[in-house]
Write a protein that binds this ligand. Structure first.
Ligand code: SF4
Length: 58
């Protein structure tokens, strides 16, 4: 999956469904309605992007 900016963003959460699908979810959508829960990928520009700390795991 190529989620663009989301792949490097601390607000991304990877979600797997029971059929093996993998989705990039935006956790900003919980608190800010401007962000879709499942943005169209790859995201190239996003005002909410914040770089994920290198050591953080998913
Ligand atoms: S804030 Fe933007 S870049 Fe970060 S996960 Fe959400 S949509 Fe992607």
């Amino acid at each position: 999956m190529n989620a663009g900016l989301c792949d490097r963003c601390r607000h991304q959460r990877i979600v797997r469904n029971t059929r093996g699908g993998v989705f990039s979810m935006c956790e900003r959508s919980r608190t800010d309605e401007r962000y879709p829960k499942y943005p169209r990928l790859p995201v190239e520009h996003c005002a909410g992007y914040e770089r994920r700390p290198v050591s953080a795991s998913r």
